[in-house]
Design a protein around this ligand. Sequence first.
Ligand SMILES: [Zn+2]
Ligand SMILES: [Zn+2]
Length: 439
Amino acid sequence: MVIPVSNYEFELFKKFSSHDAFPIAEEWLERLKNLPSVSDGQISGELRRGKYSIDHIDLVLAVENPAAAHAVVLDALYPLYVQEDSENCITILLPSGIKMVIWLAPAGTQYIFRLLLTTGSENHLDKLASLAAEKGLKLNHSGLFQSNTALAFREEGEIYSALGLPWIPPELRESGDQVAQLRTSDLANLIQRSDILSDLHVHSTWSDGKNSIAEMAEAAMQLGYTHIAICDHSPHLIKKYTDASYFIQQAAEIEQLQKDLKDKLTILKGVEVDILPDGSLDLPAEMLAGMDIVVASMHVALDQPMEQATARLIRAIENPYVNIIGHPGGRIYPMVDLIDLDWERVCRAAAFNQVALEINSHKSHPIFDDRKVRLAISLGVEIALDSDSHNTAMMTNSRYGIAIARRAGLKCDQVINTWSLTHLKLWLKRKRELISKAR
Ligand SMILES: [Zn+2]
Ligand SMILES: [Zn+2]
């Protein structure tokens, strides 16, 4: 399946990154939830659906006394520019240029219903309205009605159960079709943050990271991970080295650190090796053979025609030492470099060669998105979910990758970062065995 680059353009260029918007939304939500007259609140809209690029921020607040709460919220927003102001909705323009819409709803049924409506999507809500009609109910912007009486709800799941559905996670509310096709089993074990045991692609000061391996390891333990792979760039991208011998010194540092850490965390020796324009890799086989895990990524010559780029990536996938393809598809930040790929051929090659494709949580790399992840899974590809952190703070970015995985409907075990270290090691060992059998 070929997904033309032009399909992404509206999404990527006309909107804000969730990486920028989410922390702002969280900060405002915290501030507004603590105001008198406000009893609860949630981030809603496209951010709640886990989209990686959004048009604006939606917040929904549960209030006790709407008129009093409205005045208090307006006060708290001063001196920001209020674009629109009505009894139950205030729209402001934040200094960052992002629009924020704050919905006020009386606590209880109206708050829950407002949360459902503002989460959307329109397609999803249309489908819910049709389902309601089939059941002799009426769903509109005021509520869910049975014989003109509004039904009462304490939580969102009750609205779904009135329609004969399980509660549908917001990330799966993108299209109406999903409602029609969903079975309860699709929703069980949808991947979540607590399932993630490892980050298999992080950088350190050995390449262009800002923190040492010890600091990255400490951050991984803080997140509750059991293992981490240090995957610094190969020399092609990192001009500070003339050859690859720094990986030998790095390995010694990792071994020493591992002795200190004992079994608190396992550090895997990895690399993010550059895929050169012809599909060969930037490190010799002997060097790759010494790594615990190999991530291979394209960073240069991203403007190749589709046929050439696809052949290049498949050549890298067929390299017997490659375990993960890092951020397939290009980048959008700081410059836009999208690679047109024949995704179906890439996925078939990845599945055949036991190479995982990576959902990359870095702001630059949402190109392998939920639509392509669905295709990959349908063709038997394993998925990695990494932060590609260049400092310790970036490790929490995995939540953006998790949103992509949830939008793709991924189950816990379909992502290799949810596997125990033993399971992962078996997977890596099996690949090495495939190499020796093929020889
Ligand atoms: Zn990279
Ligand atoms: Zn990287």
